[in-house]
Design a binder for this molecule. Structure first.
Ligand SMILES: C[SH](C)CC(=O)O
Length: 270
């Protein structure tokens, strides 16, 4: 319906994910800054699974839809999507995923801290694990087969990492596909070095809180500088930003490429 305004076709709704995700806070800001709020636009909270299901259905029926989108994620490979231009830079430019640890980890578990300094990978490598999980492999199995396929990378990740001697480690993560991948990889790698690793899925704020209170030893799921800026500020001084484990991530609003005349967040008002 190119002649019809987009808003009424999709009930002025942006399909989002879990409320605590940074992308959700940034989208609320975008609704205000781009004057969409007073054009009845609203952000629907749901979950990554619900959002990708609704997205798949809309694309199957070639219907219009606007979602909170990010890379790395299989949605940009499985579907033809485009990010909407964000001239006000609400979502920032390129994001990095940081490994953050509780205060004191370097002293208590130097081997784990060294692992965090060593651990990084790229978008195609994390996607290998994400796609396997999306195709039905369990996250643990997908991580195990990744390690088998990349022995040299595992060796690099484990260089100068002292033996765990069954020490218990807790990793906090948020159940976004990329973070399911990295948490399971870290679990398998550290268990190879003799640590007992417990990975705990939770919402974004509790994940930051768990690291800041020491309830978790670390998390590989801190999206910065923009996406988790609110959490980084709230917990400043209560965590260590150890290392960037992935470069070239990005968040924003995304639409299927068949929505030809919607190319910028500004266009949502048309
Ligand atoms: C959904 S992105 C993986 C991260 C975030 O928005 O907090």
């Amino acid at each position: 319906h190119p002649e019809e305004k987009l808003g009424p076709q999709i009930n002025y709704t942006i399909t989002g994910i879990d409320a605590g995700a940074g992308i959700m806070g940034n989208t609320q800001t975008a609704l205000e800054k781009y004057g969409l709020k007073n054009h009845n636009w609203q952000l629907q909270t749901s979950s990554t699974a619900a959002m990708t299901t609704v997205l798949g259905k809309a694309i199957k029926n070639k219907q219009p839809i606007v979602v909170t989108g990010w890379v790395p994620h299989w949605m940009f490979t499985k579907y033809k999507l485009k990010f909407l231009k964000d001239p006000k830079m609400i979502y920032g430019k390129s994001e990095n995923i940081h490994s953050i640890s509780r205060l004191g980890l370097q002293k208590d578990s130097p081997g784990v801290y060294t692992f965090l300094k060593n651990f990084s990978w790229n978008t195609s490598q994390i996607s290998e694990v994400m796609f396997a999980v999306n195709n039905g492999t369990s996250p643990q199995e997908a991580a195990k087969s990744y390690l088998k396929k990349h022995p040299d990378q595992v060796k690099k990740w484990l260089s100068n990492v002292s033996a765990g001697k069954n020490k218990k480690i807790t990793i906090a993560y948020v159940a976004w596909d990329s973070e399911i991948a990295s948490a399971n990889i870290a679990k398998e790698v550290l268990e190879k070095r003799g640590y007992q690793v417990d990975i705990r899925a939770m919402e974004a704020q509790p994940m930051w809180t768990a690291v800041a209170t020491g309830a978790a030893d670390f998390s590989l799921s801190a999206w910065l500088p923009t996406t988790h800026a609110v959490y980084a500020h709230k917990f400043k001084g209560k965590y260590i930003d150890v290392h960037q484990n992935l470069h070239g991530a990005k968040t924003g609003l995304a639409v299927p490429t068949y929505m030809k005349n919607i190319n910028s967040i500004e266009d949502l008002k048309t």
